[in-house]
Design a protein around this ligand. Structure first.
Ligand code: AAO
Length: 445
């Protein structure tokens, strides 16, 4: 546990053991959550910290009461001893830490911000990590985000992933493998690239959120209309390898890659636009961020809403479905939640009817969905647009929800009428709080 600063969020990134006990609860509570989620079709992916253990802070105790001693490099609860870590000789820097990101050996054999660096070439280490991940698989998790993957040798990480058990047949069917995402920050300019990790699973595409932030902020003469070919031609991974997000837990705090450009929940209007675009756009495997508010905003260490000891608070849900208790819960914002449904619905269809004028864009996804965004600061976006959709009345899933069913269905937001030519009239004011319209065939009234 880290007490100075007081129980920061990043404490979790310093494992002491592989026990499933955290400030969020016990193993039993975790297993129960996974089970309940699987039953309703929600998959759980675990953020696996397997590159390192704690920082070199001396002697201490973890949240599950396991001890550690970094002078001796000892973590008895796993157990790991000095033989399981990369030595200073193997690393080669004076401090034992990564000092130069242009030196591949350093990045992978030295300590990331002083975190004791496990040596995954050792079979003992590989096996302990394998057992830990298999334990999680047995509990029903669907896959892993592999933290700090850039700091592990790709072939060693691949061997660990390949050694994992299949997912349990009861929940996933026969022969299914864990879904793996590797965290590799590659914005260009360093020798280690994201392409080295595509053989393992999906790879973080940090350029995606950075570029999207640049475009929606209209920095460097960017305009929404340039998004027509947003994807690989912008220097990003082929779509099938990319794991995309508007922001993540690091860069929303200006840590990690792209921190100055990315959009976050602190700027909700434009954040909703960027997420709507991401979710409607057929590139990459998308991730929606879910956060908590922290104060003061400049203090990037502040941990989650918690009791005075640091145990994470339960998330209260308000009557309108949003979260209370300082949880931001972006995933519950109607504009974002409804666009997730949009994405699932239009999966497999192509972008059609692209229309772009400066900071106004519109496009459809096959004959299933249509999105229009007005990011112009003064011009209303108005006119007749091809939606690609069958004739009928549609409920705009940005301004409202479609409730009820059959003849009793009604829209709590704006209703749009699509004519027999597939055209609709739209009018989006530039000063609207939600300057977008999204309709799809599941919201046909
Ligand atoms: C904490 C304290 C430290 C202390 C340590 C040990 O803050 O002062 O030394 O404990 O006691 C999180 C926190 C850390 C925290 C750590 C452990 O963020 O502050 O340290 O937990 O509790 C690199 C890695 C990447 C990593 C990122 C933060 O490559 O894997 O740093 N992300 C993950 C997690 C993260 C976590 C850890 C890893 C550790 O998501 O939450 O740390 O488990 C360049 C490099 C990147 C490098 C960044 C940041 O990026 O390319 O590889 O990321 O620098 O150092 C432009 C450039 C871009 C550059 C970027 C940032 O965008 O284009 O290349 O600027 O400068």
């Amino acid at each position: 546990m880290v007490w100075s600063p007081h129980r920061p969020w990043w404490e979790r990134y310093q494992p002491v053991s592989y026990k499933l006990i955290s400030r969020s609860g016990s193993e039993q509570e975790f297993a129960d959550m996974v089970e309940r989620c699987n039953k309703v079709g929600v998959r759980i992916f675990v953020d696996a910290v397997i590159n390192h253990m704690t920082g070199d802070s001396g002697i201490g105790v973890g949240i599950a009461d396991s001890t550690f001693n970094t002078y001796e490099q000892s973590y008895p609860a796993v157990p790991y001893s000095i033989h399981d870590f990369n030595s200073k000789e193997k690393c080669g820097t004076q401090s034992g830490n990564i000092e130069n990101y242009n030196n591949v050996n350093e990045v992978r054999n030295c300590r990331l911000v002083s975190l004791l660096d496990l040596d995954q070439s050792k079979s003992w280490v590989k096996d302990r990590i394998r057992d830990y991940l298999n334990h999680l698989i047995r509990l029903g998790v669907a896959g892993f985000r592999v933290d700090a993957s850039k700091h592990m040798w790709p072939d060693e990480l691949k061997a660990i992933v390949e050694s994992l058990n299949d997912l349990p047949e009861t929940h996933f069917g026969a022969g299914q493998r864990a879904f793996v995402f590797t965290e590799v920050i590659d914005m260009g300019g360093e020798p280690i690239t994201k392409y080295e990790y595509t053989g393992i699973g999906r790879v973080t595409e940090f350029l995606y959120g950075m570029k999207l932030g640049e475009v929606f902020r209209r920095w460097n003469n960017q305009k929404l209309e340039y998004l027509q070919f947003f994807g690989e031609s912008w220097g990003m991974l082929p779509s099938g390898y990319a794991w995309t997000f508007v922001d993540n837990h690091d860069n929303q705090r200006k840590h990690g890659g792209g921190g100055d450009m990315v959009l976050t929940f602190w700027e909700p209007r434009v954040y909703k636009m960027a997420n709507a675009f991401m979710l409607a756009w057929p590139y990459g495997y998308t991730k929606v961020m879910s956060s908590y508010y922290w104060y003061p905003r400049e203090d990037t260490d502040v941990g989650p809403p918690a009791d005075s000891y640091g145990n994470t608070n339960t998330v209260p849900i308000n009557d309108d479905g949003s979260c209370g208790g300082n949880w931001a819960c972006e995933h519950r914002w109607r504009q974002i939640r409804n666009m997730v449904a949009f994405r699932n619905l239009v999966h497999g269809t192509a972008v059609e009817n692209w229309w772009g004028r400066g900071d106004q864009i519109a496009f459809s996804r096959g004959r299933k969905g249509f999105l229009a965004i007005n990011n112009d600061y003064s011009q209303t976006m108005s006119g007749e647009f091809y939606t690609g959709l069958p004739e009928g009345f549609y409920c705009d899933c940005i301004s409202g929800d479609m409730l009820g069913s059959g003849d009793n269905a009604y829209c709590t937001g704006q209703t749009l009428s699509v004519n027999s030519m597939g055209r609709t009239h739209i009018n989006i004011r530039s000063d609207s709080e939600n300057p977008m319209i999204a309709i799809h065939v599941d919201y046909k009234l």
